[in-house]
Design a protein around this ligand. Structure first.
Ligand code: F6P
Length: 556
């Protein structure tokens, strides 16, 4: 398999990097009055201003060539066309079919998947409508007031993020709760707030074998059965999964199971039945609007030339910083409180997809791959970690995401929020020269000697890249488009790096070892051959807990 470093475009970019690395964006803006206009893209109600990046037209052209030489167009066709591009699991990758609002046939193994996609969507719609309308009642005949989603990773983060982003669209009677952590304090905290007779549990697990989810689900069922009978479970527990047998074995009638398929990756699954909590909270119409927003981005991605293609441009900029500037992280900073879960969502999407060390054919990669994704609401980040982004020694490219629509009707708040987002992007780009710092200090009445001592601390190198993503408003349609934008960005980067973005073998080793360690911690099994540190940790735990577990006699 070709390594990206062997492509002619990569060589050209290596030269570009040497040529441009000392250029300052201030100069680039000064030289080109059209820069902001030219490095600006619009899709639907979303804008990407990428002018505050360390690029010029030549760099951009070579990045586009890199995408072309990586065979991106062909890979896009393969993904949308249902080819088994997830090679290690021999699976197609068809989350785009889940939001294929044109309803044109999409084939997987020769079968059009659209009828089953539409059937599950309709079943979700009927169920959500009944719950929201108060016709689906609990075992005492009362309407549902609380929905508890029990799931982890992709079976948690997407619905959690969307429900919090779209809170203003939520049903007023319904409170949404999300339990992912097997640390019992999370489930207990939720169970203390809800009543069994008005609570609906959604057990969400693609595999229905995930230890954390099944443990939480069993505990929730035991809690429920303290007040209700076995026959009442049907009104209060539904499952979302690909695994009928395991759902039935757990005791949930598969009539109350919402199905999806192995061609939907966990971190790409919020569009599927995994999105049931979203539909319960927002209603079918808004859920479909979310699918429409994603579909718009899919169409844009599949059919727009790379130089005007938003996910492609975002992806290539990321590659420019990761692989040429050596930036190892990427910050997601939404200037919106309801988007506070968005960085965590993108973190799983990107890092579980592109945290890979071998190419799709199993040979080691020749470049760094997926960056570390982190972030927080921008305004809170400004008072926490932005210091490092402004003056630290790491280059930390960032996406700033803002809503143009005022998000609350509290006077003055949105303007302050927006002014901060725009000013931060300007500050990252411009920085402050020593001369500017000196002039400021002297103007404030400071003496020359004192000013000289402070100048190095008050100087900002600037030249720090940001993308500004503007949404007309945070609504279901735009959120659909925004998530699809990031999904496709991750895909493009995976294609350029030649990796499989759709498996996640890296999470398996820990799961496997935890099974042995669990048996050892509980005293079911003697501690086996581990390294000295692991042995010591296991023994220390057993000593601390043997009295409550009644296993002290088993200790050495
Ligand atoms: O362990 C990682 C992972 O497999 C994720 O990829 C997935 O989203 C999560 O666990 C949950 O898996 P499941 O939906 O099968 O419970």
């Amino acid at each position: 398999m070709t390594h990206p470093v062997d492509l002619p475009a990569w060589q050209a970019l290596t030269h570009d990097f040497q040529r441009t690395r000392n250029q300052h964006m201030r100069e680039l803006f000064a030289q080109d009055p059209q820069r902001a206009e030219r490095y600006w893209l619009e899709v639907g109600e979303m804008v990407l201003d990428y002018s505050k990046n360390r690029i010029d037209d030549t760099v951009l052209a070579h990045l586009i060539e890199l995408a072309q030489q990586s065979g991106l167009q062909e890979r896009i066709g393969a993904m949308f066309g249902g080819e088994k591009i997830n090679l290690t699991e021999q699976r197609a990758v068809l989350h785009t079919a889940l939001r294929n609002r044109s309803n044109t046939p999409v084939y997987e193994d020769g079968e059009n998947v659209m009828p089953q996609v539409n059937a599950v969507l309709a079943k979700m719609g009927r169920f959500a409508d009944a719950v929201r309308g108060g016709r689906w009642t609990g075992y005492t005949g009362q309407a549902i007031t609380d929905v508890v989603n029990i799931g982890i990773g992709g079976s948690d983060l997407g619905p959690l993020m969307m429900c919090s982003a779209l809170k203003p669209y939520g049903h007023e009677r319904l409170s949404m709760h999300f339990v992912s952590n097997v640390d019992g304090t999370q489930l207990r905290g939720v169970l203390e707030k809800v009543r069994p007779e008005t609570t609906l549990f959604v057990i969400a697990s693609k595999t229905f074998t995930t230890q954390e989810t099944l443990t939480n689900a069993r505990t929730a069922r035991e809690w429920f059965l303290r007040d209700a009978g076995e026959a009442d479970i049907a009104k209060h527990f539904v499952a979302v999964s690909t695994n009928h047998e395991a759902v039935a074995a757990f005791g949930i009638d598969t009539e109350h199971m919402f199905e999806f398929w192995d061609w939907v990756g966990g971190r790409y699954s919020l569009w599927s039945a995994i999105g049931l909590p979203i539909m319960l909270y927002l209603g079918e119409t808004h859920f479909v609007r979310m699918l429409e927003g994603a579909h718009l981005m899919d169409q844009h991605f599949a059919h727009t030339p790379f130089e005007r293609n938003m996910p492609v441009i975002l992806a290539l900029l990321g590659i420019w910083y990761s692989n040429f500037y050596g930036a190892s992280t990427h910050v997601i900073a939404p200037y919106d409180q309801n988007l506070h879960r968005f960085p965590k969502f993108v973190q799983q999407l990107d890092m579980e997809s592109n945290g890979k060390q071998v190419q799709a054919d199993g040979t080691p990669v020749a470049t760094t791959t997926g960056p570390i994704i982190w972030g927080e609401t921008g305004i809170n980040g400004q008072h926490a970690f932005f210091q490092l982004m402004h003056q630290g020694t790491h280059l930390t490219p960032a996406d700033l995401i803002v809503s143009l629509e005022k998000r609350s009707n509290l006077p003055g708040h949105h303007e302050i929020l927006l002014s901060n987002a725009i000013a931060q992007a300007e500050a990252f780009m411009r920085g402050k020269t020593a001369e500017e710092a000196r002039a400021e200090l002297l103007a404030a009445g400071m003496g020359e000697a004192e000013a000289q001592a402070l100048i190095p601390h008050k100087t900002f190198s600037g030249n720090r890249p940001t993308n500004m993503i503007l949404l007309e408003k945070i609504d279901p349609f735009n959120m659909g488009a925004l998530v699809a934008l990031y999904e496709h960005k991750v895909f493009v980067q995976g294609v350029v790096w030649g990796i499989n973005s759709f498996d996640q073998w890296g999470v398996e080793l820990g799961k496997q070892l935890a099974k042995t360690v669990l048996a050892e911690l509980t005293g079911e099994m003697d501690a086996q051959a581990h390294d000295a540190s692991t042995m010591r940790l296991i023994k220390r735990y057993r000593r601390a807990n043997c009295e409550t577990d009644g296993t002290c006699h088993l200790l050495d």
